[in-house]
Design a protein around this ligand. Structure first.
Ligand code: G3I
Length: 351
């Protein structure tokens, strides 16, 4: 396998179709070779963690501020990634504004208590905190880094069939517990207010190919569309090699596009727990057929904006930690070589 720096550029190969993106960590942008790999192969970037509420919200300053409806923000980590993007001319998808996970517990509590058992703030207060937070982030980003962010993940993972909520909403989310489902349109209304011209607003979720979850997401998206609040459906794309069902991905992509929305695949990886020859071949063919399907959809006129990998090399992947077993899910190996799967994705662009 060749170094990923010797391979033809992935994003150039897909230029006629859609952007090819990657999620980056702070460690990654500090490594000159990885930064070079990013600049060569990716035409869209996002942050794996640095732009999430837990990276932005600051408890000490919030307490000092003394405003029950307004949390204090600290953009040090956000700015590091946006500076990298601006300096290298790579557009950014901002991940993510409202999420049940990686948002500090104190953000939801009446007196900003860092304590799970403390009472939630009232719905009215939570909706005000949400709007203030979103407007603070968007105003900072659009003022200090104009033109860098092209799309916002406004709400992440609000639907969860396993929790049996009304409309299959994720009921065990602190957002749902404090506001019911109202946080969702409220987040999009705030984002519409804060967005710069041309920026798109995205709803993002995993297992978006699953028919039950897909239909619940579609019902929810229709309510947002009735108010003109959403532009893009983000299908995350965390797949498992043995279970990947390309036909189900295609059916779901067509169903979201039929709503008149743009599409992004926002967090692509295929969990593969061995790098022996048989697994490497299966991974290669999985990526080949998945990208061939996406290219076909684009050729039919479906508005696919970008496909973003969740990581650059296997060394950055969240999967070994999450799955508690080895994982080799991406196109570039931990030692920064372009895998056969990388070549197959290039071939799919050319065929
Ligand atoms: O911040 C703490 C740090 O203080 C501590 O020392 C360290 C020790 O493990 O943990 C750090 O937190 C980790 C955090 O990432 C920040 O690095 C958590 O343990 C770790 O679980 C967390 O994982 C992230 C995960 O979201 C959380 O759900 C992954 O890196 C990130 O890739 C992943 O990304 C999500 C998307 O945002 C949404 N879709 C699913 C996707 C994969 O889970």
């Amino acid at each position: 396998m060749n170094s990923a720096l010797q391979s033809p550029s992935l994003c150039k190969a897909y230029e006629p179709y859609f952007r090819i993106g990657a999620a980056l960590s702070s460690r990654l942008i500090a490594d000159p070779e990885l930064a070079e790999i990013v600049c060569r192969h990716f035409s869209s970037i996002t942050a794996d963690n640095q732009m999430k509420p837990f990276s932005v919200l600051n408890l000490e300053n919030t307490l000092a501020q003394g405003d029950p409806c307004h949390a204090a923000v600290d953009f040090t980590r956000v700015d590091a990634l946006l500076s990298f993007a601006r300096d290298h001319g790579i557009p950014v998808r901002y991940h993510t504004l409202a999420w049940h996970n990686q948002t500090p517990v104190w953000f939801f509590k009446e007196k900003w208590e860092n304590d799970f058992s403390a009472p939630f703030a009232s719905k009215e207060v939570m909706l005000a905190r949400l709007e203030n937070y979103i407007l603070d982030v968007m105003s900072h980003v659009n003022t200090c880094f104009p033109g860098v962010v092209y799309t916002w993940d406004v709400v992440n993972e609000a639907i969860e069939p396993g929790q049996d909520g009304p409309g299959l909403y994720r009921t065990r989310s602190p957002w749902f517990m404090s506001t019911g489902q109202d946080f969702l349109p409220a987040a999009f209304r705030a984002a519409r207010k804060g967005a710069a011209p041309g920026q798109t607003l995205c709803y993002n979720d995993y297992n978006a190919f699953d028919p039950i979850k897909r239909d619940a997401i579609i019902d929810m998206l229709k309510t947002l569309q009735a108010e003109g609040l959403v532009d893009t459906m983000g299908m995350q794309g965390h797949y498992v090699l043995q279970d990947l069902n390309v036909a189900a991905c295609e059916t779901a992509a067509r169903a979201y596009a039929a709503l008149g929305l743009k599409l992004q695949v926002t967090e692509l990886d295929i969990h593969c727990n061995s790098d022996d020859a048989a697994h490497a071949t299966a991974l290669t063919e999985a990526y080949r057929s998945w990208f061939t399907m996406m290219k076909q959809l684009k050729a039919e006129g479906i508005d696919i904006e970008a496909v973003t990998f969740w990581g650059v090399t296997d060394a950055d992947s969240w999967l070994p930690g999450f799955r508690r077993e080895p994982s080799f899910p991406l196109l570039i190996s931990a030692d920064r070589k372009a895998k056969p799967a990388f070549e197959a994705v290039l071939e799919a662009a050319r065929s």
